[in-house]
Unconditional design. Sequence first.
Length: 124
Amino acid sequence: MHPILNVAASFAAGAAAMYWFDSAVSRRQARGMVLSQSRLREQVQACIGRLVSHPDAIQVSVDGGVVRVSGHVLSNERDRLLSQLTHLPGVHKVHNALSAVQDPGRFDEQRAAQLQGEFGAGAA
């Protein structure tokens, strides 16, 4: 085979291999991103479970390292929670949409109202 054809064939084979490997790496990274976001969400929820007395009253969403927390938290627990969340690995920003509650008894009232709505809607 002519030397120029050897070089051209080698170049084409190398380009095809780079294209295939790059696609495979991109797919693997995309899967890793999904896994890491769900893992980050689990870590955030575990942190919330350790720091607040009513973790079920807080909802979490994660998008690219931006964590959004919403729901209700005792006012004396909010600042510590937000501070700890900002220090978790993988968290770039925390969006606070929490409502502060002064009286812990309010959680019981809210839960009772929520249950009433769930059971009341099913009965109608």
